[in-house]
Design a protein around this ligand. Structure first.
Ligand code: NCD
Ligand code: ZN
Length: 418
């Protein structure tokens, strides 16, 4: 591209280009990245954004597992607050789970949810369809959802096999939360109430359903060593993918004996050091297909109650937790792919990569030390099990398809696309 050509915007600075950082100019035309050149060869931009010496340009992150809670549970989160949380976390596309009230498991409800998300989300989104007694009725609106989601109670119901069959027919993934409820026990310690064996058992059933129906199985938030070994060994036999979360990588069940026990309650539970290390290794080696937050906000009063619901927010911290691991030398820079190019590719999107032809989803982060405070999150859920952690980077600005949706604490309008 010659210097005479003009584009909408040019970003100049150190950018993540798949495994490495390089000084470049990124030209944006409309929704799309038009060119990536040496800075001296950059086209002229209507707008030019020159990054500072402590700033990095990243592709927008893609989160395949979040709970925006709307419709039905807006006191926990809604498409506006949840997508603001995403934008502040450098996440430009989220895939929302179907456990709404009522569940998003019919065409009408999926249509309603798309309309809501369209009008309120400032980041792009995709949806999952929930399990139902008549999965076939979802066929006419198959273009509204990326995949199916099965919770433990769905996996062990007569609805599981028909869902896998339909997924195979439609070529869509079945995202499975693998825990076998028959192995749950009574224990005040959450990690003992839902032991590792429950995950191993459910992974076997999910693999059997996938093998016998030919469906693409995606195991989400895999949290134990034996399950990881089993899943990795199964990859050669069929389409089997899996993701891990920052909390299963970085936190352990010791939190259940701490003042953060209620806040840290999550399903699957945080595990012992042995399992945590195995999850971390699956991320470090690149064996994992994606990193997801399982952003699962609840009201603080609910979390502090006698029997707190499982889950906590994650969207604002995940990228910065990942960058902390990279900057402190425990993960290679390519680990960024787990939360950008890899999930985007799974979802069939031209996102998560800074290269010509990809969506102009861009994030500027800055090297800066700060201490995590749950009370400062923009999510409605103002708490986190990462309370007090020292971060190395913060988000300066986030662009979704060329439009600025976050800068220096302020939010833009966006204009989401499904
Ligand atoms: C999920 C939620 O809150 O929607 N919570 C969680 O701990 N992952 C539900 C669930 O998966 O149990
Ligand atoms: Zn979830």
């Amino acid at each position: 591209m010659s210097a005479a050509v003009s584009v909408d915007a040019v970003f100049v600075g150190r950018a993540y280009l798949g495994g490495r950082f390089e000084e470049v100019a990124v030209a944006v035309e409309g929704d799309t990245i038009a060119a990536v050149t040496k800075p001296a060869l950059a086209p002229r931009g209507e707008e030019t954004v020159v990054l500072g010496p402590k700033q990095l340009l990243l592709p927008g992150m893609v989160d395949l597992h979040v709970h925006m809670r709307e419709p039905g549970l807006e006191h926990k989160e809604d498409w506006r607050s949840g997508s603001m949380s995403a934008a502040k976390g450098g996440v430009t596309c989220v895939f929302d789970m179907p456990n709404n009230v009522p569940p998003a498991n019919t065409c009408d409800r999926l249509r309603e949810k798309v309309a809501k998300a369209f009008s309120k989300s400032i980041v792009d989104f995709g949806l999952y369809a929930g399990c139902s007694d008549e999965p076939e009725t979802l066929k006419p609106c198959a273009d509204l959802f990326f995949g199916f989601k099965l919770y433990p109670e769905d996996l062990y119901s007569p609805r599981a096999r028909p869902t896998f069959k339909l997924a195979a027919e439609l070529g869509k993934p079945v995202f499975v939360h693998a825990e076998d409820p028959s192995l749950f026990r009574d224990s005040p310690l959450h990690s003992e109430a839902r032991p590792p064996e429950a995950e191993a058992s459910a992974v076997e059933l999910a693999l059997e359903l996938a093998r016998s129906t030919g469906a693409w199985l995606h195991l989400t938030h895999v949290s134990t060593k034996p399950a990881l070994e089993r899943v990795l060994a199964s990859k050669a036999l069929g389409k089997v993918t899996f993701d891990v979360t920052p909390h299963h990588m970085l936190l352990s069940d010791s939190l259940y004996r701490s003042p953060l026990a209620k806040i840290a309650k999550v399903n699957p539970p945080l595990r012992s050091e042995e399992h945590r290390a195995a999850v971390y290794a699956a991320a470090r080696s690149g064996a994992a297909d994606a990193l997801v937050t399982d952003h699962a906000p609840h009201a603080l009063a609910e979390k502090l109650s006698e029997n707190p619901p499982p889950g906590f927010p994650g969207l604002e911290l995940a990228l910065h937790l990942l960058l902390k691991e990279v900057l402190e030398g425990r993960l290679p820079p390519s680990a960024i792919d787990l939360y950008s190019s890899k999930p985007a590719r799974l979802a069939g999107l031209r996102k998560g990569v800074i290269a010509p032809g990809f969506d102009a989803d861009l994030v500027i982060v800055e090297l800066a030390e700060w201490s995590v405070k749950g009370s400062e999150l923009v999510s409605k859920a103002k708490y986190t099990p990462f309370e007090g952690w020292t971060m190395r980077t913060k988000t300066v600005a986030t662009y979704v398809r060329g439009r600025c949706v976050y800068r220096d604490g302020g939010f833009g309008e966006g204009g989401a696309r499904a």
